[in-house]
Write a protein that binds this ligand. Sequence first.
Ligand code: NAD
Length: 266
Amino acid sequence: MPQRNNIYFFYKKEPELTSRVDKLIEAARNINYNVVEDASEANIICSIGGDGTFLQAVRKTGFRDDCLYAGISALDRLSFYCDFKLDDISSIINAMDNEEVEVRRYPTIEVTIDDHASFLCLNECSVRSGIIKTFVMDVYIDDFHFETFRGDGMLVSTPTGSTAYNKSVDGAIVDPLLSCMQVSEIASLNNNHYRTLGSSFLLSGDRRLTLKVVQDGNDYPTIGIDNEALSIRHIHDLHIRLSDRKIKTIKLKDNSFWHKVQRTFL
Ligand code: NAD
């Protein structure tokens, strides 16, 4: 892989993990990979840890679409974004050296808050009440007022995020080959006065979702973008759409998204 030989390792610099990563760095150098200290110089960014570390690796390196990301699990098991195990260095090196890998592309969503700050998400954006009080939002699909939500909050997930928080609130699992986003409720209030759809729904990549936070005093929700909370306090509108940016990840040939779903949940 001569054109892809600048590699950056993203991991928590803890002593125990660092000594294990050092072995991988040495093995990568032995097959002529150039290990770089600056992620912007890398063609391959390797996250070492768990799914949360992978989400951070993508976020902290700017959701690059001109490089490949690889997830290496520091535990003894694979996970959704980690296709390799740190303790199985020979198969990582073998896969890299013999190009036994394929590239898959994961859709991301873009969240714009009050028409200025924009953020990308690989798993989901969640909007939840910051206090113990029902939280109200008007939900628009494009310019159409679809419903008024009352409850704990809502989350909008990507296809790869569909197996994460979204699954815990009974959302559907979505094949990442489908470019779409899923909108799911978190504990909606449904009775003779208040009504929401009550189920998750998928929006095509051409649609835009707008959540207008009703300014009734409970208008400083907790906004989560993957595993980070935003520090923006007072919010009016969130616009969410599928981004043009796709994250390219390296996978082993016999390890599709549906293999992961089976090995994790069945
Ligand atoms: P982490 O690595 O500790 O992840 C927590 C758990 O979520 C792990 O078991 C991980 O494997 C799993 N996970 C993360 N992304 C996944 C995905 N796309 N598909 C399947 N499983 C996935 O790191 P973290 O920082 O705690 O992870 C952040 C994620 O945790 C958030 O993006 C959100 O999706 C999820 N989350 C879930 C709930 C819930 O299920 N009630 C609540 C908050 C956050």
